[in-house]
Each structure stands twice: as C-alpha cells, then as structure tokens.
Ligand binder design. Structure first.
Ligand SMILES: [Zn+2]
Length: 85
C-alpha cells in the first residue's frame, strides 16, 4: 500500500515496472477503506477520488480513464475494481 505518492514518484514506480504491485491511497482514510472488503456494486456514472492525487473523477462506464489533474491512467475494470496503470 502506498499512501499519497506524488505524481512524480508514482510515474517512477510505473517506469521501473513495480506500480502494479501496490495499492494506492491518497489519504489514510482511503487506505483504510481499501483494506476493507470491496463494496458490492459501483453504479454508473460513479464518482470517486483519484487514488493518486485525490481529485474527484467521474466514470461513466468500465474502461480506461485519465485523471485530468495528475494525468494518471486508471482503468475501471469492473463495477467493483479500479486499477491504476
Ligand atoms: Zn489524479
């Protein structure tokens, strides 16, 4: 679990190929929430916080999404799973 990595640090993790091994949380409360079992359903459109910078994001469906603020690439893999690329 990485707590609030800077975009520069996170991109470094991506470049060296280890970002997929970590779960990312922008705040301690988000980290605690990530450790809990997933909520059963994410209804679309879904609003959530970017796991990298914490700014609000809106997902209209599953698939790739890019944070407008930190430019991180995220994927809504299913109604229950968010993957950071
Ligand atoms: Zn972001």
């Amino acid at each position: 679990m990485l707590l609030a990595p800077s975009p520069v640090s996170y991109r470094h993790f991506q470049r060296i190929g280890v970002s997929q091994f970590f779960r990312i949380a922008p705040t301690l409360d988000d980290a605690i929430a990530l450790l809990r079992p997933p909520s059963p359903v994410l209804a679309f459109p879904a609003s959530f916080s970017c796991p990298i910078c914490g700014n609000p994001l809106l997902a209209r469906r599953t698939g790739a999404i890019r944070c407008r603020h930190c430019k991180s690439e995220l994927e809504i893999a299913s109604s229950e799973e968010l993957i950071v690329h």
